[in-house]
Design a protein around this ligand. Structure first.
Ligand SMILES: [Zn+2]
Length: 531
């Protein structure tokens, strides 16, 4: 049976760039565009040419891509001709395969925001589409506030959509700009529009203000739309856009969609989608959402012992799809609730073959429980768990010894008369017969300690150059009689691997030191550094 083609349009670089706290550089944009192209999306909307220097430079620098690089901008301004509108001229001049115009489709916005007549808005849509087609570009029209506009005045909203379609626009995109429309409303309205304009010319652009942007996108597809617009990790202003990282696996793995539709994302590319999602977080210097569907660290994590033993027998008992399909891993959490089956399964995953009657298993379980009683949480710290297990069951080389470290914090007035706080660390490390001393300044005592510790590890230095700390979390706990500090450090390396380590102490520097040491030792171990 031949499947229908469904198109994916990514707007991470345009709508996603509106996210609070996100400011892409040109280099970021080029990296993201390449990631999207490799993933297999059909359109990459890259920005507004002429509106800011980064976007203008992007279009000047554009490189060949499979995806259609799309420029975004407004239709001609009311009362001007297409040849006398500098904004439109910049869009038409940009090196782009496609142009996505945004236009009002709610009569109320036409009057109040645009301060023009309904007819002039329609003429602006027609003229702009025609001008872009004459330039040889594929044309899309984003109908802003389409759903609210349709509820208020269906005839006018439809007239805007039809004006573009009749003029030859390839796609008419229905935008839920305020993000407040519900899935059953989207399905009904898109269904009505598809009776006037063929569904294979209709797209959906949903915002996530009721946490239903993904559901709204699927509702539109069920009603006939054949293009989905969204962003990586659901980036976008306010509550974000429809998350393509959730939409793509659903389209590929759920029979209702997979049997009916074909998309440009291959099975192999789907297997890298977790890496794409985490790659974007790294670029934004954000911690990945552990609970993200499909790609989050917890998406395939199981805690209770009874579930874990069932998963070992057949993963389908507790997993809706296989984690490997999306580049994720099954994780059986080792925690104070865990039984032997969790422990065995987790050991199996990290490549440790242990007989279930091995007495060392009981010792490891006791050790985990004792440590969790004083504040450790191994379910959140996979790498520290692996080191603990390897120390108890096998061997972890003694790569180096930290003979001593000294951390100081000084607050003083600098030469400009400003009050500044400076942190310094000195670390004395023994690597084989070499004694190495490193000193570093940091923006805080833990940062100074980290920088000093990783500055010179002698013969091991080359193994840790790609090591990066991506997140640092601190919690104060009441364990037993005293308050203790738990530090979790998330690290990543050049190969895109992520791991988490833990330290617990009444002293925050000590706790951080433990977690830092575990992270470095884990990296040396996984890189196969010689003992
Ligand atoms: Zn939007």
């Amino acid at each position: 049976m031949s499947r229908e083609r469904l198109y994916l349009f990514d707007t991470t670089l345009r709508d996603g760039a509106q996210t609070n706290g996100v400011d892409f550089t040109l280099a970021d944009k080029l990296v993201i565009a390449r990631m999207l192209d490799e993933l297999g999306v059909d359109y990459v909307e890259a920005g507004y040419p002429g509106a800011n220097p980064t976007d203008t430079a992007f279009f000047a620098e554009r490189r060949p891509a499979r995806a259609k690089i799309t420029a975004f901008g407004m239709t001609r301004r009311p009362g001007r001709s297409t040849s006398n509108d500098p904004g439109l001229a910049a869009i038409l001049a940009a090196e782009a395969d496609a142009i996505c115009f945004v236009a009002k489709s709610w009569d109320y916005h036409v009057r109040v925001a645009l301060e023009t007549t309904e007819e002039e808005n329609l003429a602006s849509i027609r003229d702009s589409v025609r001008a872009a087609k004459e330039k040889g570009r594929e044309v899309l029209l984003d109908c802003e506030h389409f759903f609210d506009g349709y509820k208020a005045n269906p005839a006018y909203a439809l007239a805007c959509a039809k004006a573009a379609y009749v003029e030859g626009a390839r796609w008419i995109v229905l935008c839920d700009t305020n993000g407040g429309t519900l899935p059953h409303e989207v399905e009904k309205i898109v269904g009505e529009v598809c009776q006037q304009i063929p569904g294979d010319h209709i797209g959906i652009h949903a915002h996530n203000d009721t946490e239903q942007a993904v559901a709204n996108s699927f509702a539109a597809v069920r009603a006939g739309a054949r293009q989905i617009q969204g962003t990586l990790n659901g980036l976008g202003e306010r509550c974000g856009n429809a998350n393509l990282v959730s939409i793509i696996p659903t389209l590929k793995l759920k029979p209702e969609y997979a049997n009916k539709f074909e998309i440009g994302v291959s099975d192999e590319a789907l297997g890298h989608i977790a890496r794409v999602s985490h790659g974007l977080d790294d670029l934004l210097n954000r911690a990945a959402d552990r609970h993200a569907p499909y790609v989050g660290e917890s998406a395939f994590a199981t805690k209770a012992g009874i579930h874990a033993s069932a998963i070992m027998k057949d993963p389908a008992t507790y997993e809706h799809v296989a984690p490997e399909c999306v580049g994720n891993k099954r994780k059986l959490l080792v925690s104070d609730q865990s039984g032997r089956s969790n422990l065995l399964a987790e050991l199996d995953r990290i490549g440790f073959a242990v007989d279930k009657n091995d007495p060392r298993l009981g010792r490891l379980l006791d050790e985990v429980k004792e440590r969790e009683a004083i504040g450790y949480a191994y379910e959140a710290a996979d790498a520290s768990f692996e080191l603990l297990a390897r120390r108890l069951l096998g061997k972890v080389p003694r790569y180096f010894d930290v003979e001593k470290f000294d951390v100081s914090v000084e607050q003083r007035i600098n030469a400009k008369g400003e009050r500044v706080t400076v942190s310094m660390a000195v670390v004395k490390v023994k690597v084989g017969d070499d004694l190495l001393i490193s000193a570093a300044e940091g923006n805080g005592p833990v940062n100074a300690l980290d920088v000093a510790l990783r500055k010179d590890l002698g013969k091991y230095q080359s193994y840790i150059t790609g090591l990066e700390l991506t997140d640092y979390r601190v919690r104060i706990l009441n364990a037993g009689t005293e308050a203790v500090t738990r530090v979790l450090i998330e690290s990543a390396d050049e190969g895109g691997d992520h791991w988490t380590t833990i330290g617990v102490s009444s002293n925050i520097i000590d706790a951080s030191f433990q977690a830092l040491m575990d992270s470095i030792i884990y990296k040396l171990l996984k890189s196969g550094a010689p003992a």
